[in-house]
Structures are given as C-alpha cells and as structure tokens.
Design a protein around this ligand. Structure first.
Ligand code: MRU
Length: 340
C-alpha cells in the first residue's frame, strides 16, 4: 500500500504551504514550501501546483501564510490583506475554485477585527477548505465508482487525480475506489499537449498506485476508441457553467466529440466548488492564454520556428450536450443541467 499523495498541505510546523513541485515530475519528486505572496503566485502561475481544486486549496492556505509574512499590525493591515487576496485570486483565471476559495475566506474577515484575529480566521477557514476538498474527492469516488464495471477501460485527459486536488482526485477518484475494491480497471492517459500533465502526472500517480495505465499521445485517442479499447471517458473540470458547459484542459472538447462519435459515455467529475452558477454558459468562461514557449519550446527543446505564430489556450469548453453525466460529491447529474 503506497502512502497517499498530498499535493497541498501545511508544512509540519504549519509555517508554510507544502506542495509537490509538479514541474519536476515524473523524474523527480520534490516538495516546496511556500511562505510569501510572490512564492504562492509564482507556484500557481508556473503550474508548480495545478489542477482546479488544488489551486483553490493552495490559494486559501497561501493567503493565510502570505498575510502572516506580508502584513503588520499597521492601519493599512486590511488594505494590505485585500491586495494580497486579489493577487492570489487573479493568479489564474479559468478554474473557479481559486476565486471561490479566496472569496470564501475573505468573506469571513471582519473589517473591524485586529490582525491576530483575522490571521486566525484565515488559517482556520483554509484548513476547512483543505479538509472539505479531501472529503469531496472521496465522495466523488464513491458516487463515480458505480459507473465502473469490472474490467473497465477508462480514457482520461490531463491530470484530475490526487496531484490536482487536496485529496484523491476527481476524475481518477472513481478509478481509485474501484481499484481499491478489487475491480480490474485500466486507464488510457492522453499525454495532454503542450505540458503533458497526462503522461507526466496521471501516469505517474496511477502507476504508483498500481493501476494499469497506458499513455497515448493526444492524436491516438480516435483510433484507440475506434478499435473498441475504451469503455468510458472521465475527465475533470476547471469550471462548470450553470447550463452544464464544462471548461477543462485544452483537448477535452476533442475527446468529448470523439466519444460521442464512437458511442462511448463521456463523464465529467468535479466537486461542487467547481460549479459556478454565476456563469450562465461556457461562452462566459475566461480561457487562460499561456506563453508561446510552452508550445514552441516545450521542456527546453525548440520544435517550432521562431517566426511562427503560436496559439496556446490552456482550456477549452465542452458543450453540455456532449456530457453524459456530471459526477459530483453530492451525486450524479444528467442533462439538461441547471445548476443554481
Ligand atoms: O493547467 P492545469 O494543469 O491546472 O489544468 C488542469 C485541468 O484542466 C484539470 O483537468 C482540472 O483542473 C480538473 S483537476 C481535478
């Protein structure tokens, strides 16, 4: 039995947010301690910590430590705190969990309270968010495992496993629960260009847990499905709009189209913190655009000429009609979706 992955947690003396540096995997397992605003924002923006629930948890915990390090008991304390909260909230735009977590913590701050009182509130609520995320992952796993039959072959995209959350993952949680119960379940991991979260992270954590995993490059998914090797797809989400449109890692939409063409169920697994009733449809979701170098010079090797233009949206939107069901911590929802 391997020890559980803890992508985000408090350091042993609780002075820092301890993360697994996901840029170094699968070759090196390295942990990092975040203490300042700059460290928290940099870790989120460079995907040292990544995945919608994980950046939500890290945002809340990071706010607590950054406020401790970056404020004093001066008259400007509350203004300084708001500035720190805003910088963390805006570190990445697409995953609603980050804004949700920061807003949730800040909503508890009494503008008349002194610094020590506020810092204690920040810490307590951040810890609650971490604990709740763990519980939500487990509940997603329990609900979602009903979709997995013995011998099932699951295709997933990007990494929506333990590395992407405070707990056991979202899309991979049903796989872990089924595997833990002795069912035979195998996973195809799309490698997920350009940053390869599928091959670097999903394959790493599944192999570590003893779940059979096969890495395929993204352009192989169609033929693998056509060959009859995939029984179901499960992916995570960065934001689910009120009508069930789903923003997730770029390439997810293509997987959904392929699944529909081949008559394969396409499931999205996400905690309720990823559902954003304030966003009416996928058209309202801000899609993060990332640096051209991620596509043109991945991992330090130039694979596109300097003169070529590069398009690098980090996410796409899968329309609700392609989503067979959404697995959440409160149960399984089928369309038409109306999240309020
Ligand atoms: O850019 P990333 O690696 O943070 O993107 C992550 C994803 O798209 C995940 O599928 C999503 O956040 C769900 S994680 C449980």
């Amino acid at each position: 039995m391997t020890s559980p992955i803890e992508a985000v947690r408090w350091s042993p003396d609780a002075s820092a947010v301890r993360i697994i540096d996901q840029r170094r995997l699968p070759e090196h397992y390295v942990e990092r301690d975040l203490r300042t605003l700059d460290e928290v924002v940099e870790a989120i923006q460079t995907l040292s910590v990544r995945g919608a629930p994980a950046i939500g948890v890290c945002g809340a915990m990071g706010l607590a430590v950054a406020a401790e390090a970056g404020t004093s008991a001066s008259p400007s304390f509350h203004a300084d705190l708001r500035r720190i909260a805003l910088a963390i909230r805006e570190a990445r735009p697409t995953a609603v969990n980050l804004a949700w977590a920061v807003d949730r913590v800040m909503a508890l701050v009494d503008a008349a309270a002194d610094r020590d009182t506020v810092l204690a509130v920040l810490r307590r609520e951040a810890t609650r968010i971490l604990d709740e995320d763990r519980a939500m992952c487990r509940a997603i796993g329990e609900h979602g495992s009903a979709l997995i039959a013995d011998g099932a072959r699951v295709l997933t995209h990007c990494n929506a496993g333990a590395l992407a959350t405070g707990g056991m993952g979202t899309a991979l949680a049903p796989v872990y629960v089924a595997h833990g119960r002795g069912l035979r379940v195998a996973v195809f991991a799309d490698e997920t260009r350009p940053l390869l979260q599928g091959s670097r992270l999903t394959a790493w954590e599944l192999a570590r847990a003893g779940v059979p995993v096969t890495v395929i490059s993204d352009n192989m998914a169609a033929s693998v499905m056509r060959s009859g090797h995939v029984d179901l797809c499960i992916v995570g989400a960065d934001r689910i709009a009120a009508n069930g449109d789903v923003a997730n890692k770029i390439g997810t939409y293509g997987v959904a189209v392929l699944a529909r063409h081949h008559g394969i169920p396409f499931y999205v697994a996400a905690p309720t913190s990823t559902i954003d009733p304030a966003t009416a449809t996928g058209a309202d979701i801000v899609i993060e655009q990332r640096a051209a170098e991620e596509v043109a010079v991945p991992f330090g090797v130039r694979i596109a000429p300097v003169d070529a233009s590069i398009h690098n949206p980090a996410f796409d939107v899968t329309p609700a009609e392609l989503v067979t069901a959404i697995v959440t911590d409160t149960g399984i929802f089928r369309g038409p979706y109306r999240f309020t």
